[in-house]
Design a binder for this molecule. Structure first.
Ligand SMILES: [Zn+2]
Length: 255
């Protein structure tokens, strides 16, 4: 049986150190990987020097990624438009604060696919290409300039007039179709979440992602009340769980 893997970038000159720590080389992807599971996340932290090479604030996602589909009224044309958010299931938040590495592993011991936390990637390059392709095909998402942050961001746009539906609007404002932060009433929560569709995407390998994740004590309501969806990004007819090399488009699906 294939063990789980976490693929990481290790520069050539660090090869022997990485080997000694237990990293292995994949000929198919031409990348290094660590054999492990997220439940033993401290094992991953042995490789923190390379994990944090590009960013000091990352997540390691396991078991499932999600797309949340909702609707909002466009601020410009006032028409109802479809919008997307991302989501993760069980994951670890790893961050490096002035060379003090920290890791928070959120273990809620729920069955795979039944845990959901809202997430987003500000940069489309931080989304596995096969998932990005699906998003671009099914939603008006692309990178555009944000006046709010002063830089290009991966954002939703109105299906009718193309106006950007800012990420802040989507996730934090009380009128967001996704955000539950300001709601305490159970009926109101059910009412809002029941308009969403939460699409579960099973993943085989753990994924290192630069995604922002919003965790609240109301997150159980998403799976409880939203319409369920399911999407396999695997090329293998025997499993729905997509491997790293499938999500990142390596044509050879052996590992
Ligand atoms: Zn519009």
């Amino acid at each position: 049986m294939n063990k789980l893997r976490l693929y990481i970038d290790i520069p050539y000159e660090d090869k022997s150190e990485a080997l000694r720590l237990g990293a292995r080389w994949s000929k198919t992807t031409k990348k290094w990987y660590i054999h492990n599971t997220i439940s033993n996340v401290n094992e991953y932290m042995k490789f923190s020097k390379w994990l944090f090479a590009k960013s000091n604030d990352l997540i390691i996602a396991t078991e499932f990624l999600f797309i949340a589909q909702g609707y909002r009224t466009c601020w410009r044309c006032r028409q109802k438009t479809k919008v997307a958010a991302l989501g993760v299931g069980e994951f670890a938040h790893i961050f490096d604060n002035y060379n003090y590495t920290q890791c928070r592993y959120f273990d809620t011991s729920k069955n795979p696919g039944t845990e959901f936390h809202l997430a987003w990637a500000m940069n489309e390059h931080d989304i596995p290409p096969k998932l990005l392709q699906y998003l671009k095909k099914n939603f008006s998402v692309w990178s555009s300039y944000s006046y709010y942050s002063g830089r290009r961001e991966f954002s939703n746009h109105c299906d009718h007039c193309g106006a950007v539906q800012g990420t802040k609007h989507l996730f934090f404002n009380p009128d967001s179709p996704f955000c539950l932060i300001n709601i305490d009433d159970e009926t109101e929560i059910e009412n809002k979440v029941s308009k969403l569709k939460i699409i579960g995407i099973p993943i085989l390998d753990d994924l290192l992602l630069k995604w922002n994740v919003l965790i609240t004590d109301k997150d159980d309501n998403y799976i409880k009340y939203a319409a369920p969806g399911y999407l396999s990004l695997s090329n293998n007819k025997y499993t729905d769980y997509a491997k790293y090399n499938e999500l990142y488009y390596f044509t050879d699906i052996r590992r």
